[in-house]
Design a protein around this ligand. Structure first.
Ligand code: PMP
Length: 410
């Protein structure tokens, strides 16, 4: 018997939850740059959010030893006891925050931590306040989970930082979370204790609002900036804070896919429910490697921080010599988020008008063969982000090309 197929039914119909969510612009730009490279063009990619350093040797050795010991099977759902202990110890040692083992969770990258947390806590229509510019995945994850991202513009004049009055105004009965990221991807802005204090005071007045902090770049801070995490600043809020972190950026371990968080047990348990139906557990080998990263020698972290600071200085000073571009000095992470407002409205030699920061980024890719990410991808225009997780020679060459391309705009 043949079954009559309705042609319309054979076409893929995406679920409504992803209707407004696309593949990350950063990944798209990376793919375009890679295609140009394959054509033989000398493209320099300043788009990726990934340290260019190799994972430290002691970490690699620990992973090999774990394989040899046969630690290649499923692990407990949200992290091995060894890794949870190493994380709790890290929170005590570096952040002065006490989390018991049942208040610690491990997932396949900090990205999955965020995903688990929002999936476990957001009902349709719940609001998440996100200071803007923000790491592109924040709003997309919130939307996939049925929530409403509430984007608060924090422009360069405010140091890209959220102010207490902005937060106060944004809070509604539907607000579930405020999502903070310090140092920030993409702006590099970081919140000192004094910067956080007024925001935490607002949250103390609104007990229904929880705070998710993404501390991914805590070790990449400059000029003696003192990193501090909200759970340490305000213990009265600790019962509604999720402190998110991971090994990807601090230990150049993006491919090992280990992220973690500390938070109140009921939330941690709910996140484990999501994880149990998604991945069962993070990679056993990645977890063994993360134990070594967190408990082994920490010299790598300081060395890399100094190296990033030298690169930051090269990029910021070069950008600020280009008429029409203004770049603040970031306090952390490995990105600059420069204002390209002076380029908007200019015309390229081929007659194309640079109408937006996206057009400016396209122009740099096509003319200078340098891939950068437009501010629009992070919710704030007209800016562009450079990731300086690239060797100094390449960085200098890229900046020379950017300056030349800008000169050609009239
Ligand atoms: N948070 C921020 C701010 C990031 O920039 C990134 C990576 N780009 C992540 C979280 C995710 O890191 P991972 O999933 O590799 O742990």
């Amino acid at each position: 018997m043949t079954i009559a197929l309705n042609v319309a039914e054979t076409h893929f119909r995406p679920a409504s939850r992803i209707a407004s969510v696309g593949v990350s612009t950063i990944l798209e730009i990376g793919a375009r740059a890679a295609a140009m490279k394959r054509e033989g063009l000398p493209v320099i990619v300043l788009g990726a959010g990934e340290p260019d350093f190799d994972t430290p040797d002691n970490v690699k050795k620990a992973a090999k030893a774990a394989i040899e010991r046969g630690e290649t099977k499923y692990t407990p759902l949200d992290g091995t006891p060894e890794l949870k202990s190493a994380i709790a110890e890290k929170f005590r040692r570096e952040n002065s925050v006490d989390y018991a083992l049942n208040e610690v969770t491990v997932a396949t990258g900090a990205k999955q931590i965020l995903f688990n947390a929002f999936m476990a806590s957001i009902d349709p229509g719940d609001e998440v306040i996100i200071p803007t510019p923000f790491w592109t995945s924040y709003s997309d994850i919130v939307e996939i989970c049925g929530g409403v991202p509430v984007l608060i513009p924090c422009d360069g004049a405010a140091g890209f930082r959220l102010m207490a009055d902005q937060l106060e105004k944004a809070i509604t009965p539907k607000t579930r979370w405020l999502l903070m990221n310090s140092p920030s991807n993409p702006s590099g802005a970081a919140y000192s204790e004094a910067d956080y204090r007024p925001l935490l005071d607002v949250l103390l007045r609104h007990p229904h609002v929880w705070l998710m902090v993404d501390d991914m770049y805590e070790h990449i801070v400059y000029d003696g900036f003192e990193f501090v995490t909200p759970a340490a600043i305000e213990p009265r809020l600790k019962e509604r804070i999720l402190t998110v972190n991971g090994v990807s950026k601090a230990y150049a371990m993006t491919g090992w896919r280990i992220g973690y968080a500390g938070g109140p047990e009921p939330l941690i348990k709910a996140m484990a429910v999501i994880q149990s139906q998604a991945t069962s557990c993070p990679s056993s080998i990645g977890q063994a490697a993360a134990v070594e990263a967190l408990t082994g020698p920490q010299t790598f972290v300081g060395e890399r921080r100094r190296s990033f600071q030298r690169r930051r200085d090269i990029v910021v000073s070069a950008l600020n010599t280009i008429p029409g571009i203004a770049c603040r000095t970031p306090q952390g992470a490995f990105y600059t988020f420069a204002d390209c407002g002076g380029m908007i409205g200019r015309t390229a030699p081929n007659g194309k008008r640079i109408a937006t920061d996206t057009a400016f980024a396209d122009y740099l890719l096509e003319t200078a063969h340098v891939a950068v990410v437009p501010g629009s991808a992070f919710g704030l225009s007209p800016y562009f982000r450079i990731s300086y997780a690239t060797g100094k020679t390449e960085l200098r060459e890229a900046l020379r090309r950017i300056a030349d391309a800008c000169k050609m705009l009239s």
